[in-house]
Design a protein around this ligand. Sequence first.
Ligand code: ASP
Length: 440
Amino acid sequence: MGIKTAKFGGSSVADGIQLMKIKKIIEDDPDRRYIVVSAPGKRFDGDNKITDLLMMCKAQADHNIPYDQLLQVVTDRYQSIRLGLDVDVDLTPHFEDIRQALSKGCTKDYIASRGEYLSAILIAAFLGYDFVDTQELILFDKRGRLLPEETNEALSKELSKHERAVLPGFYGGYQDSGEICTFSRGGSDVTGSLVARATGADIYENWTDVSGFLMADPRIVDHPRPIEYISYMELRELSYMGAGVLHEDAVFPVRMANIPINIRNTNRPQDPGTIITTERTYDNPKTLSGIAGKTPFTVINIYKSMLNNEIGFVRRALGVLEDLRIPFDHLPTGIDSFSIVIETKELEHHLEDVLQELDQRLHPDDITVTEDIALIAIVGMGLYRTVGVISQLTTALSDAGINIRMLNQGASDINVIVGVAAPDFEPAIRAIYRAFVEGE
Ligand code: ASP
């Protein structure tokens, strides 16, 4: 028998109808033995996520505002799922524990974690699987950083005792105190990945409400094609540029163990979804994996004649950013100039300080600032060995009447980054999609 770890996100466990779907999915493949679940998410636009409601209870408790009604909404939600599915499990003592903990001033992480905890107890009973709590298995250091090896050991040891289990996502515990510690929001993806690694799964299935990654943002491009296969590296580039389906930290544990991730849609289990692997195989090297972008960026251009003979000039410029704790995204260089590309939000209230410091420490000939730049990345494993990619890209943009403000290829084999004025962001993505995907 094989092993699959399946993680079901908030929308997949939002109500009884969704839980019937996941039961069918799990029963369809006996290899789906380790199940990680989120807290119930939104059922419709305007609905609330259980995690948000729990965190609101805590915020109200901290401000001495009554939270009983809010907690009742949470209780009712679970009870209606339980009754609708006729699951034989008594959640009342757990709600009582939560109520007590709130009144005694529990931690924010504890309360945030209860959504997943209750979800896993309920779903384990519904599926007839063991419930395995992650509080003592997913371990964090004092500063809330995951301890991956200790976690792997603890999880493997415990799960080897269970042929089938449901685990709550999103949290573990501090190694020293044992108290609950959560990942950042959306962190059940990370739990799924850790469980897949610890159980030596053949695949990590991440069930959500979309059929995998799309080649472009559907809010910008009409019906973009789904991505069937993508490598971890390509995914990282696309997610960095804003194509988000998976929590950033979810990739590392499975990548380490060479386990593919399959993004699947609970509402359309017949769709194959996207498979993420170490190496992508592709028939047509020209094929892009995807197009993604981010906006707005600010570009600081620094000019100094004979720059190439100066030692330490760029280091001093980056030192300014380091001292002011501002991250930068790109650093295109010319002969007597270079530019620092920074997300505009990072410079809020700091731009003047940065410019002043650069001026004082570098004594450049000139510094100019270009604001409102959008960056677009085209990502694909085959790009660097393909003749004509840049010409195809620039032709697509010039045909659409879009001026290229920056072009960056070279640092990475698998992407080309182009900068355009922010108002050209969406038209540029559409033009690139037309040229590379529809024009294939
Ligand atoms: N329930 C948590 C959140 O809403 C974690 C998760 O769903 O992955 O962020």
